[in-house]
Write a protein of this length. Structure first.
Length: 102
């Protein structure tokens, strides 16, 4: 599982683009989000160079200062098998620079 590290201020939008393969029926789901971090799917788009490949773009917004771990899993909704996963470690800072440890 690969890990991506992000840092932002409270309320700042971070974007994460994850590769997807629309014809496979698999999609990315977020696992491990809590009330202090909002995760929303912004768009799914096909890559122009390779029509079968694409990406799903998520916006991530930290509402409370602290360190958070999110896990994105790529799978088909009707299957249990996880095809791929990504770990995202998000450090959210308050405007004063202090953070709350989780």
């Amino acid at each position: 599982m690969s890990t991506q590290r992000l840092a932002s201020n409270v309320g700042q939008i971070c974007r994460i683009a994850l590769p997807s393969y629309p014809g496979s029926g698999a999609t990315w789901y977020v696992d491990g989000a809590n009330g202090a971090v909002r995760v929303c799917l912004e768009e799914s788009q096909a890559t122009l160079a390779q029509r079968r490949d694409g990406s799903q773009v998520f916006s991530v917004i930290g509402e409370v200062a602290g360190d958070y771990e999110l896990r994105f899993v790529l799978k088909r909704a009707w299957e249990r098998e996880v095809r791929n996963s990504r770990r995202v470690v998000l450090q959210v800072r308050s405007l004063g620079g202090q953070s709350r440890a989780n």
